[in-house]
Ligand binder design. Structure first.
Ligand code: SAM
Length: 216
């Protein structure tokens, strides 16, 4: 995978989402959207698994060019658009929406407007992007369509499930993985403990994939 400077390096959350997509039997669909595509790893996994038309979105210029290069290099024909969240696909609907959004709680109230941390920092509760995604996703799903979103339990699984149910999706956790803290969370452990988001001394986080199904 090619990666321009500043683009998120695919890691455990990337792999968990990509494998859940296939394990959930969602790959043989027509239209897939990958929100916050980074290198395009998840979008390319979808295209390789047999999804016909794959669109990817990212707010970062470097990520968009990285994903375009990777798609061209692998001859996958992913359409990569730049913009905020679902704005670039306004008026379009998909069978499956995939997302590995920023979800790390940060001492900063607002999301960074630039820089590498834009890939993970998401406000004091880690939900700045996730909450907007949950609220906006139904109008981009075809009847019977599905959202698969990966995030850490540090930003609240119950909140995601509740929000998706409140907009009419049937929501459940379909995959979990326990991961050791990387450098970002290690540096932030004291802040997370102080906010009551982390048990004192714990240096692992559980990642979850939440599935939301839109009625047919
Ligand atoms: C955790 S990374 C995931 C990258 C990739 N999907 C993966 O799994 O490896 C989150 C990505 O979301 C992008 N992003 C952050 N805020 C966004 C927004 N408001 N709209 C679209 N993309 C956003 C970042 O630039 C970054 O590439």
């Amino acid at each position: 995978m090619l990666r321009l400077p500043g683009t998120y390096r695919p890691q455990a959350d990337t792999r968990l989402l990509a494998s859940a997509f296939v394990e959930q039997g969602l790959h043989r669909v027509d239209r897939v959207l990958d929100v916050g595509t980074g290198t395009g790893a998840v979008a390319l996994a979808a295209a390789s698994a047999g999804s016909c038309r794959v669109t990817a979105v990212d707010v970062s210029r470097q990520a968009v060019w990285t994903a375009r290069l990777n798609s061209a290099w692998r001859r996958r024909g992913v359409s990569v658009l730049r913009g905020d969240l679902l704005e670039p696909v306004r008026g379009q609907t998909f069978d499956v929406v995939l997302a590995n959004p920023p979800y790390v709680p940060s001492p900063e109230e607002n999301a960074p407007r630039r820089g590498r941390a834009r890939a993970w920092d998401a406000g004091t509760d880690g939900r700045l992007v996730l909450d907007r995604l949950c609220a906006q996703v139904p109008i981009h799903l075809n009847p019977g369509g599905t959202l698969l979103v990966v995030h850490s339990v540090l930003c609240g699984v119950g909140t995601t499930l509740g929000l998706l149910e409140s907009v009419g999706l049937r929501a459940q956790v379909v995959a979990r993985s326990l991961e050791p803290f990387g450098p970002v969370l290690t540096a932030r452990a004291a802040f997370l403990e102080k906010r009551g988001l982390l048990r004192p001394g714990c240096r692992e986080e559980e990642l979850v994939v939440v599935r939301g199904d839109f009625p047919s």
